[in-house]
Write a protein of this length. Sequence first.
Length: 174
Amino acid sequence: MDDPSLSIRPMTLDDCDRVSEIRVRGWRDAYRGLMPQPYLDALSVPRDAERRRTWFSRGDGAVANLVAERDGEVVGWAAYGPYRDGEVRTGDAELYAIYLDRDHLGTGVGRSLLAEAVERCAGHPRMFLWVLRENTRARRFYERAGFRWDGAEEPFEAGGELVPEVRYARVLGG
């Protein structure tokens, strides 16, 4: 997509508040009815931003964070890095997160952000990601980008309840 108003760049420490706002609102919107509502209601932008600043400052460089800017405003965020098999990092890549400002859903920002993350991981054999099993909108998004469910499933604990996630994979050829 050739959109001169859209740019994708590495995240900076100054982006943490806006990224946390996008992430928390994204969780509340996308996971309503899929996760316990008290868990979603308890999410806090200030707490998330503080945690994000700490992680960002202490990062070892393994996790990369990108932001999408449209007309100078951060409207999306993605994080990726080595695939984690438990606590072990493998030679594959993993998309850890991708969230958009709700006003920019369906505008191509997500496709561009995902394509950039995939491109930056091209030296790896595969890229994996985990998505809530019942999040059909996100699953369709990933499938259109060439990811396929590989049969793996794990529960994610949210507010004392187990929420099933499924793993998607895409061959990168690295």
